[in-house]
Design a protein around this ligand. Structure first.
Ligand code: PLP
Length: 458
């Protein structure tokens, strides 16, 4: 019969000095639960022959560790050293300080969300963004929804429910997760009419498909892959002409949709929203948290009558934005009025445009310090060159030269084991495994000290 008497009772644990401190921090219920679980494990170990006195001694520390781990949110901030600046699984864009302040104020205070401060009457929540969006994109009108997937859904539903939507076979893309263009079109109530082939679609393909049942021509920016070789697509201006002649609207889903010409920042061009509007699309849809660098949102800009029809669609209420994101978006869009300072103020652009030499210098500075932190754990660190990418489907085949740290250890699974340990840190550090090493791309690291402190907790 194993002797459990060396273990304290739940009551003894709760009234001990350690127990009282823990109760103060985490609350009585959480501590009772953790103590019971700790005692359960200790009893099992005693049954298995372990030393009861030692287990009793370490019990308070174990309970404290369990409580700390349970209190830590999995949603806590982390270091994105994956080299993918807009990482969908890590929350895409980091907001500018201005947007964070605006969102914080909106969370903690009442604000004139649907209230006209000058007249005192009712206002529209989209009004806060409409003017800015029209100014920045050259469009007549704009409306805002939960994300770009919702923007495509509500636009298609408004224009082509029970009618036909024409789209090129080369543009029937899957964005990821369950967002596949044909499925979204079906949910919008549109009848999909595919034209052309996977690699080539011509003007005559669209012209031949337009009929009395056509509700919309849809053009999709194939943002996350590229077809190369023997290809042909109908350029947007030509497609706009075909749509106009056929008397049907053209909807251009840009996906990432930049508001500025990225080539002025040394990156490869993505089509800008203003260009898509100028090329004659009746509606253009794009995301808030991709290249634009704001919170999750979907924008629809274009012709006044079509935007009005979308706003009358009952779905609009189901996909509308909350005040926190409207405030953050307004602050983000305002930054675009001063393009000269955008590269410093918008984190997405700041990260994407960081020169490789600067990142390499940071890697050189950090390598010895990180190596010293890792050596006691059996790993070493050296600087390395690597390639970053934009992410979120923007500029899919382009990489940006970067620099980072290459972490290695002995044993075939060393990178996986180290990767797991870094994920478990109070400030998790996320890299990627390549060629038997864990790579930390430093492009998105805001300061040396952050990484040193994060790894010091190993
Ligand atoms: C990303 C993307 C979407 C979906 O946008 P979300 O903002 O993620 O909902 C739709 N269409 C295209 C072309 C995209 O690139």
């Amino acid at each position: 019969m194993p002797d459990f008497r060396v273990l304290p009772s739940v009551d003894q644990m709760l009234t001990s000095p350690e127990g009282l401190l823990l109760t103060e921090e985490y609350g009585r219920l959480a501590v009772v639960t953790a103590v019971r679980a700790g005692l359960e494990i200790a009893r099992a170990k005693i049954r298995a022959g372990e030393d009861g006195a030692a287990l009793a001694t370490e019990l308070p520390r174990r309970v404290a560790e369990d409580l700390a781990a349970a209190a830590r949110s999995a949603l806590r901030p982390l270091l994105n050293l994956t080299g993918t600046v807009l990482h969908t699984n890590l929350g895409r864009a980091i907001l500018a300080e201005e947007a964070v302040s605006a969102a914080t104020a909106a969370m903690a205070n009442p604000l004139a969300l649907e209230f006209d401060l000058s007249g005192g009457g009712r206002g529209q929540r989209d009004d806060h963004l409409r003017g800015l969006l029209c100014e920045l994109t050259g469009s007549e009108d704009a409306t805002i929804v939960n994300n770009n997937a919702a923007a495509v859904l509500i636009a298609l539903n408004t224009l082509s429910e029970g009618r036909e939507a024409i789209v090129s076979r080369g543009e029937l893309i899957e964005i990821g997760g369950a967002f596949r263009m044909p499925d979204i079109m079906a949910r919008a109530g549109a009848k999909l009419v595919e034209v052309g082939t996977t690699n080539r679609t011509h003007p005559r393909d669209y012209e031949g498909a337009i009929g009395p049942e056509t509700g919309v021509i849809l053009k999709v920016h194939t943002s996350n892959y590229r077809i190369e070789g023997f290809t042909a697509e109908v350029p947007a201006p030509r497609l706009a002409e075909i749509a106009r002649k056929g008397g049907v609207p053209l909807l251009n889903d840009l996906g990432s949709g930049s508001l500025v010409d990225l080539s002025t920042f040394g990156l490869r061009r993505e089509p800008t929203v203003a260009e898509a509007v100028a090329e004659g699309a009746d509606l253009v849809t794009f995301s808030g948290d991709k290249l634009l660098g704001g919170p999750q949102a979907g924008f629809i800009v274009g012709k006044r009558d079509l935007i009005a029809a979308i706003n009358r669609n009952p779905l609009k209420r189901a996909v509308r934005l909350d005040k926190i994101r409207i405030a953050a978006l307004e602050a983000t869009l305002r930054l675009y009025r001063d393009p000269d300072r955008l590269g410093e103020r918008l984190p997405t652009l700041r990260f994407l445009t960081r020169p490789q030499a600067e990142i390499a210098a940071q890697a050189t500075r950090l390598a010895p310090a990180i190596d010293a932190l890792l050596q006691p754990h059996g790993y070493s660190a050296a600087r390395c060159a690597c390639q970053s990418q934009v992410g979120s489907g923007a500029l899919p085949v382009d990489t940006v030269p970067s620099a980072g740290l290459r972490l290695t250890g002995s044993g075939g699974d060393a990178p996986e084991r180290l990767s797991a340990r870094l994920r478990g840190l109070p400030l998790p550090v996320i890299g990627y495994i390549r060629d038997g090493a864990l790579i930390l791309d430093l492009r998105c690291l805001q300061s040396d000290q952050i990484l040193i402190e994060a790894l010091a907790a190993l």
